[in-house]
Design a protein around this ligand. Structure first.
Ligand code: HEC
Length: 139
């Protein structure tokens, strides 16, 4: 009986460890800071300062991004309330200090729970969103 209990105990421990192990990869989807590759960060924005493109970015933002990132870009959109990690706050220097190329790369490739927009939006549209994200910069 004693032996059985011990065996059961070990089995239970192993099971628990397995559950914890898989739990890690399933629940904390991608731990750690999201950093764009150096090459991508160096890419320059062909539409920098183009106000018409920025306006188009605003339209797209309202249609596709506002739900999570919020009207004022603070990451407080209703669709992002229960996400982990929470949507980024575009008014913060953590975002604004990144290069246009880095933000463009993140919009292009995504990271769960945010989708990749590479096939959904063309190059100009993705740059237009970078332009618009700059509007949330605190002066
Ligand atoms: C389903 C909710 C959701 C939608 C819709 C969404 N995002 Fe995000 N976004 C997130 C989350 C969550 C993160 C943080 C991801 C992380 O840190 O791993 C994020 C991060 C970002 C970042 C990186 C900022 C940083 O912290 O470095 C950018 C740029 C971005 N989003 C732009 C956009 C744009 C542009 C759109 C619309 C085309 C959009 N997002 C739509 C949820 C969303």
């Amino acid at each position: 009986m004693k032996y059985l209990n011990l065996k059961f105990g070990i089995t239970l421990t192993v099971l628990l460890m397995l559950m914890l192990g898989t739990g890690k990869s399933v629940f904390s989807q991608q731990a750690g800071k999201w950093v764009a590759p150096e090459d991508a960060s160096k890419v320059t924005n062909p539409y920098a300062g183009d106000e018409q493109v920025t306006k188009d970015g605003e339209t797209l933002f309202v249609q596709l991004c506002l739900v999570c990132h919020g009207k004022k870009g603070k990451g407080d959109g209703i669709g992002g309330m229960s996400l982990n990690p929470r949507p980024s706050n575009f008014t913060k220097s953590a975002v604004q200090d990144q290069s246009d190329g880095a933000l463009y790369w993140k919009i292009t490739t995504g990271r769960p729970p945010m989708a990749a927009y590479e096939t959904v939006l063309n190059d100009e549209q993705r740059w237009s969103l970078v332009n618009y994200i700059r509007k949330f910069k605190k002066d």
